[in-house]
Design a protein around this ligand. Structure first.
Ligand SMILES: *[C@@H]1O[C@H](CO)[C@@H](O)[C@H](O)[C@H]1NC(C)=O
Ligand SMILES: *[C@@H]1O[C@H](CO)[C@@H](O)[C@H](O)[C@H]1NC(C)=O
Ligand SMILES: *[C@@H]1O[C@H](CO)[C@@H](O)[C@H](O)[C@H]1NC(C)=O
Ligand SMILES: *[C@@H]1O[C@H](CO)[C@@H](O)[C@H](O)[C@H]1NC(C)=O
Ligand SMILES: *[C@@H]1O[C@H](CO)[C@@H](O)[C@H](O)[C@H]1NC(C)=O
Ligand SMILES: *[C@@H]1O[C@H](CO)[C@@H](O)[C@H](O)[C@H]1NC(C)=O
Ligand SMILES: *[C@@H]1O[C@H](CO)[C@@H](O)[C@H](O)[C@H]1NC(C)=O
Ligand SMILES: *[C@@H]1O[C@H](CO)[C@@H](O)[C@H](O)[C@H]1NC(C)=O
Ligand SMILES: *[C@@H]1O[C@H](CO)[C@@H](O)[C@H](O)[C@H]1NC(C)=O
Ligand SMILES: *[C@@H]1O[C@H](CO)[C@@H](O)[C@H](O)[C@H]1NC(C)=O
Ligand SMILES: *[C@@H]1O[C@H](CO)[C@@H](O)[C@H](O)[C@H]1NC(C)=O
Length: 364
């Protein structure tokens, strides 16, 4: 009997000792996804989620249209003249295909209730202008998502959207390279609010299906830039990276005009431009430069009603750590009625004081 019990214990001990190798210790406590978490559901959990994702879906649809449209509009010879050969045109064609995947993903998250594709209008007339416009459009597509991604109620939906916007970020950089620009003259990519992204996207939507969900973000008055530095001026050919002469530096005056609110805009003229909900005056405005991790400001110099200029301020992201001027690359300018201090996670508080914009500036 004793030897039988001993044998059984010995077998058990052998079984324990026979683990195939050292086993992992418990994972660090906390976080939002572990073996006891409910299975993830990839769907909106609030109106905020639905409206944010539907805005992103509208962005994916225009990218699909734009990339294909540019390829069809210009001849091979016109692309060749910009140094964009057949291999590189294939990259643009492939990027259009990626948009089918992105639109499919978000449509699925929205369970079929999201926007369908619209018709669009663009105002470029040459290959360099097309490429630059793609770099601008993908910039506000990318930044528009960064602005709300961590604020989504549905973390599972945020996970999927992150994986599509990571590809969009690569597209943005590839278009800068196709424009012969330095691919990423910044250390951090900025986020903007949904209303800022909608303000930038809405002008290109001409007609959308009746059943498209109405966009519930604000459409601010247009900010027009009269001397936007641009990547088309010098005729620099496509390249992996080009040490270009600088386009702007601190002290450069960006001349602008801006529209009064109350104009009918966007698809089917069915949206109206509005001022931020807390705007109480439009005489003394502040220029906000949204770039990298920072929103830096300078006073708006009014020259007449609806026009004036913004001077690019000095400033390093981390002063004295290394040379990293805040304002550079393809980034944003916004006019507000007040000077608010915001950081990346509360940047959308600027929405309440917007008078016009934003607009994308090609700072360098
Ligand atoms: C597991 O994830 C849940 C959220 O789903 C969290 O509340 C919980 O603290 C996590 N468990 C551990 C041990 O960290
Ligand atoms: C916009 O106009 C088009 C063409 O007239 C029409 O088919 C579509 O239903 C309209 N969409 C909206 C949202 O009114
Ligand atoms: C680019 O800048 C040049 C001047 O440097 C200007 O003539 C041209 O109109 C600008 N093009 C665009 C698309 O802004
Ligand atoms: C590129 O620009 C950097 C910084 O301005 C400069 O130090 C470097 O010499 C330049 N290199 C070339 C190959 O032009
Ligand atoms: C952008 O970066 C380039 C290269 O580092 C620099 O020459 C230029 O002054 C920067 N622009 C601004 C506005 O700081
Ligand atoms: C400025 O323009 C706005 C809108 O066009 C108008 O309502 C306002 O009266 C103008 N202000 C001045 C001082 O002319
Ligand atoms: C904007 O649209 C509304 C409703 O369709 C219309 O009453 C108004 O006259 C339009 N305003 C302008 C400036 O076209
Ligand atoms: C830029 O943002 C970073 C991160 O929030 C901050 O540490 C730094 O002080 C800011 N730089 C300026 C000049 O405001
Ligand atoms: C204009 O606005 C700025 C920033 O909000 C403020 O510092 C300044 O005092 C204002 N100037 C006038 C004349 O109201
Ligand atoms: C935004 O957040 C920063 C802290 O990161 C805080 O200092 C600032 O006051 C906030 N801005 C507003 C307008 O509440
Ligand atoms: C509007 O301004 C008031 C007073 O400064 C502030 O309490 C409120 O939070 C602001 N609203 C928004 C949407 O920023």
């Amino acid at each position: 009997m004793l030897s039988k019990t001993f044998l059984a214990l010995a077998t058990l001990a052998t079984a324990v000792l026979a683990a195939p190798g050292p086993l992992a210790p418990p994972k660090p406590a906390g976080g939002n996804s572990n073996a006891s978490s409910p299975p993830p559901e990839y769907k909106p959990m609030s109106d905020f989620d639905f409206q944010s994702l539907n805005l992103a879906l509208n962005q994916e649809w225009i990218e699909l249209d734009l990339f294909n449209y540019g390829l069809a509009r210009f001849s091979d010879a016109e692309f060749d003249a910009q140094g964009i050969d057949a291999e590189q045109r294939e990259l643009i064609r492939f990027m259009a295909q990626q948009e089918i995947g992105h639109a499919n993903l978000i449509s699925n998250i929205l369970q079929g209730a999201g926007a369908k594709q619209c018709t669009y209008s663009y105002n470029f007339n040459s290959v360099p202008e097309f490429i630059q416009f793609c770099a601008i459009l993908t910039r506000f597509g990318e930044s528009g998502v960064y602005g709300f991604l961590p604020a989504l109620d549905s973390r599972p939906a945020a996970q999927l959207l992150l994986q599509s916007i990571s590809t969009e970020a690569r597209q943005q950089m590839a278009f800068r390279q196709l424009a012969g620009a330095f691919p990423m003259p910044v250390s951090f990519e900025a986020g903007i609010s949904q209303s800022m992204a909608w303000t930038l996207l809405s002008p290109y939507l001409i007609s959308c299906p009746q059943e498209n969900p109405r966009i519930q973000w604000s459409r601010f008055p247009t900010l027009n830039v009269l001397n936007n530095p641009n990547l088309t001026a010098e005729g620099v050919p496509s390249a992996l990276s080009t040490n270009r002469t600088q386009l702007t530096s601190p002290g450069y005056n960006i001349e602008v005009t801006y529209d009064a609110p109350g104009q009918n805009v966007s698809y089917n003229n069915s949206y109206m431009t509005v001022l931020g909900s807390n705007v109480t005056q439009t005489e003394n405005l502040t220029c906000n430069f949204i770039s990298q991790l920072n929103t830096t400001t300078s006073p708006f110099v009014r020259q007449s009603n609806g026009s004036g200029y913004c001077t690019i301020p000095e400033g390093q992201v981390y002063e004295g750590v290394y040379d990293n001027p805040i304002i550079n690359g393809t980034n944003f300018l916004l006019l507000t009625s007040e000077e608010l201090y915001v950081t990346p996670y509360n940047l959308s508080l600027l929405d309440a004081v917007v008078v016009a914009g934003p607009q994308v500036i090609v700072y360098g």
